[in-house]
Design a protein around this ligand. Structure first.
Ligand code: ADP
Length: 341
């Protein structure tokens, strides 16, 4: 008897994102990216990677790289990412990305790459090392995303422009060679993309800058308290219901993210009545922050010390990612007319 062909389940929507192993993960990475990874892993087909190749554009010295790759993996898992549910892998283990990157380079123009704000900012910061990798960073990032034909990219606000460029490259590819890729979009669960500001009121929390104004997931309780207590404030509002300055708004945002709604409401009322005591608010925020970071730090330390486990995670992740990448690259080579036999 002829076997009835079973219908394949519709492919779940694909999600892809990555974090550079350039230092310790911080609250910006958590709320801008990792928290969404964890939320998405149940419903989507997810690919998350440690972007080690990207880190070479700004951190050419690789002495700390292995430890940093392990740290980022461990911290992601400690935040709730489950390597059995997602493909958690290392960017350099997925060789196909480099092939796709090369093809996309032919569709990216020097002028548009030079205009990218992250390129301009980084070129300013490292004038002696304005390498081609730095210039083509958005191209490699596009390859990372579309190698899995991903639609959703959970990222922070700083990545908005890169995603717009990714859509341009995708449209150019599809227009020239035929519809292969869906348009990827930045994603934050229906909300605005987040930017977690640094505690000194200048710029964003970041792995490599503003270290005293950034809360890392590895900070111990005392250090967290110290950092929060040093956050920028002022003598307080002089008039009722006045607008909050940015750096005060930032403290409220952080409290909303790590604390309870009741506290936010209380301090908000105090602010509007001009009775707010920032010292008290920071003490409360520090304790909320400690409660939030402490368990993640402990779990991450345990995973980080388990090299055997991390190796297994990377191998399994690379296997899953390679399978998905191979399927895409077959379509790409076919569409581009690169199949000669
Ligand atoms: P960093 O800027 O700390 O080196 P990456 O460039 O590796 O971080 O970014 C990893 C992810 O974390 C990206 O999705 C990025 O948008 C997000 N991210 C980084 N910093 C912040 C921040 N301060 N607020 C919100 N999201 C952030």
């Amino acid at each position: 008897m002829e076997k009835k062909k079973q219908a394949l389940p519709a492919r779940r929507q694909v999600v892809m994102s990555g974090i550079r192993p350039t230092g310790f993960l911080h609250l910006g990475n958590y709320f801008g990216a990792v928290r969404n990874y964890v939320r998405m892993q149940e419903e989507y087909e997810c690919y998350f990677m440690v972007a080690d190749l990207h880190s070479l554009t700004t951190h050419p010295d690789t002495k700390e790289l292995k430890a940093n790759v392990h740290r980022v993996l461990a911290e992601n898992i400690a935040c709730g990412l489950d390597p059995d549910k997602v493909a958690l892998y290392c960017q350099s283990h997925l060789y196909e990305t480099c092939e796709l990157y090369l093809y996309l380079c032919m569709l990216a123009y020097k002028g548009e790459l030079e205009k990218t704000s992250t390129f301009k900012e980084k070129a300013r910061k490292q004038p002696d090392n304005i390498n081609a990798g730095l210039l083509t960073y958005p191209v490699l990032q596009t390859a990372d995303i579309i190698i899995h034909r991903a639609r959703y990219v959970p990222v922070g606000k700083d990545q908005e422009q890169h995603l717009e460029m990714a859509r341009n490259f995708v449209n150019r590819f599809n227009h020239r060679y035929g519809e292969v890729f869906p348009e990827p979009a930045a994603f934050n669960f229906g909300e605005e993309l987040l930017k977690i500001p640094s505690l000194d009121g200048a710029g964003k929390m970041s792995k490599s800058e503003n270290q005293y104004a950034t809360i890392y997931l590895s900070d111990d309780d005392e250090l967290i308290r110290k950092k929060v207590m040093r956050a920028k404030t002022d003598p307080g509002p002089a008039e009722r219901n006045s607008a909050k300055p940015d750096y005060i708004e930032n403290l409220f945002l952080l409290m909303k993210l790590v604390g309870t709604g009741d506290e936010v409401k209380k301090f908000d009322e105090d602010f509007n009545n001009c009775t707010i005591r920032y010292g008290d608010m920071k003490k409360q925020l520090a304790e909320d922050m400690v409660k939030f970071v402490h368990p993640i730090r402990e779990k991450a330390e345990a995973f980080r010390n388990d090299e055997k486990y991390l190796k297994e995670v990377m191998q399994k992740g690379a296997e899953k990612a390679t399978k998905s990448a191979n399927a895409t690259m077959e379509r790409v080579r076919e569409a581009m007319g690169l199949k000669y036999f």
